[in-house]
Design a protein around this ligand. Structure first.
Ligand code: ZN
Length: 275
């Protein structure tokens, strides 16, 4: 029997169990004692978003965030405006779903400098802040590992994310700390303290780093099977006063091939071992 008390801060991203549709994920998470769900936008395709929000809550799940908005960087200003509109749509979807947070994978374009991409990201977030405030939805900037600096994010350290949050200076923008992206950073402890002081630590994502990693995107590990000091980072995060969910976010071609019920039990077992 699962001890649900231990799972009170466990959230799972729908992408982690990608072969399941959102209805199946909700039923299975709920049955296993998982208390939170982060919804990837593709999981909502073709659905009434409001009704899906009700379904998740009826299953006893907290809807922690919507993943993801972002991708603000583009050399073409017309395209940038279209990307900003898509972020407005993401905020609207979050509102309908009934979650208070949209996670931002901020974007990058290899044909322009990282500095240009960062400026466009900051301008893009500034443009949607009024929409976020009106919807009561916070935006969490998620720094990505530098191996994604070509096309996914020009924000690669927590320091850069903190700089941007401070420059934007709004209660509607903060950061998402993902151990997969940040574990290697020698300044991580200080930067976690910094965003904690700003009340800007909004989300905490966990998984592990496998050696060798066979795919830059889809070979993440379950907590405990890699080299990330998850407990150490989790303690730094908790010491800031962060009291939110530990969100399990695993993209893995290998694990998506498994029986997802077995995979979910493995995640829960690994999670319970974390101190
Ligand atoms: Zn993440």
């Amino acid at each position: 029997m699962s001890n649900t008390a231990n799972l009170s801060k466990l959230c799972i991203h729908t992408i982690t169990t990608k072969p399941w549709d959102i209805e199946m994920a909700a039923a299975k998470y709920s049955k296993s004692g998982v208390q939170g769900i982060t919804v990837w936008r593709d999981a909502l395709a073709g659905r009434n978003i409001k009704a899906t929000g009700h379904l998740l809550r009826d299953n006893g799940l907290n809807i922690v965030s919507l993943c993801r908005g972002g991708f603000f960087a583009n050399a073409n200003s017309g395209k940038r405006n279209a990307l900003i509109d898509d972020n407005r749509k993401a905020i609207e979807e979050a509102f309908e779903l009934g979650t208070k947070m949209v996670v931002l994978v901020c974007g990058a374009e290899p044909e322009q400098s990282l500095e240009d991409s960062r400026k466009q990201i900051q301008d893009g977030i500034a443009a949607i802040l009024p929409d976020a405030a009106a919807a009561g939805v916070q935006l969490a900037i998620e720094p990505l590992h530098p191996m994604y600096a070509d096309t996914r994010s020009a924000i690669n350290t927590l320091s850069q994310a903190n700089d941007m949050v401070e420059a934007l200076n709004s209660q509607w923008v903060g950061v998402a700390v993902d151990v997969y992206h940040l574990w290697w950073d020698p300044n991580l402890e200080n930067e976690i303290k910094r965003c904690g002081k700003n009340n800007a630590l909004l989300a905490f994502h966990i998984c592990d780093w496998k050696t060798p990693t066979t795919d830059m995107l889809n070979d993440r590990g379950v907590m405990g099977e890699g080299c990330i000091p998850i407990e150490k980072i989790k303690n730094w995060v908790r010491q800031t006063g962060f009291n939110g969910f530990n969100e399990v976010e695993i993209f893995s071609t290998e694990y998506w091939k498994k029986d997802q019920s077995i995979f979910l039990e493995e995640i829960i077992t690994a999670y319970k071992k974390l101190k």
